[in-house]
Design a binder for this molecule. Structure first.
Ligand code: SF4
Length: 227
């Protein structure tokens, strides 16, 4: 499979946030979200066999633990990434899959925790979420909405309520988008939507969503890669 990078850091944006995690970032994406912070994964990378990926994960985390499969869009390499997830599970890793929600997810092994985006209008990729993926969700999965403004928030709020998402998944994440080329200050000044404003909207509407900040952008330099 085509791999951009494999590295160990802290998980940064889900209910697993803050835990040590090995990231396997696959190359390539078919979407172009306006605020994407992973454009470096669109092209390039290197071809690695399943065995080479497993061995690198084991070198970074020999005692098991958390592994996140991310991208790019990992499900574009479904034929190789599903066996990878199966083998990681067999080796007693807990596996997270970060995905755009555009690719079919029905074949993802059921023990994998899916963290699935629903793209909002100002991502530039609205209406790419495959609605049939709602049926592939399991109670341990998480849905993420990256928000830039009030219109994105209202889209996310209505989607959550109309599809009764709180009944389907473990967590609904509302995450302010981050400036693409941010660097320097490790604070929320780079958020495209003020987290305080978002918190007030969530409270006012009583939405069962979790305000989620990308903690890796607050711990490390926001421009740093491989963290
Ligand atoms: S789906 Fe993810 S990797 Fe692809 S463009 Fe959007 S944010 Fe970037």
């Amino acid at each position: 499979m085509q791999i951009t990078e494999i590295y160990k850091s802290l998980q940064g944006e889900s209910t697993y946030s803050g835990l040590p995690c090995v990231f396997v970032r696959l190359t390539g994406c078919n979407l172009r979200c306006s605020w994407c912070d992973s454009e470096f994964s669109f092209y390039g990378g290197r071809k690695m066999t399943l065995e080479e990926v497993l061995s690198e994960v084991a070198r970074l985390s020999p005692a098991g633990g958390l592994v996140e499969i991310t991208g790019g869009e990992p499900m574009l390499q479904e034929r190789e990434v599903i066996p990878l997830m199966e083998q990681l599970l067999d080796a007693d890793y807990q596996v997270l899959l970060e995905t755009s929600g555009e690719r079919p997810l029905a074949r993802v092994p059921k023990q994998v925790v899916k963290i699935v985006d629903v793209k909002c209008p100002h991502s530039g990729e609205a209406n790419t979420f495959a609605l049939e993926n709602l049926d592939a969700l399991r109670p341990h999965d998480e849905l993420k909405f990256v928000l830039t403004d009030r219109a994105d928030y209202e889209f996310a709020r209505d989607f959550v309520l109309n599809h009764e998402l709180a009944e389907r998944v473990h967590a609904i994440l509302f995450s302010p988008a981050f400036e693409k080329d941010a660097s320097g200050a490790r604070d929320t000044s780079h958020c495209l939507l003020d987290p305080q404003e978002l918190a007030q909207w969530i409270l006012a509407d009583n939405i069962p969503a979790r305000l989620s900040l990308q903690i890796h952008k607050l711990i490390w330099d926001p421009a740093a890669k491989g963290v």
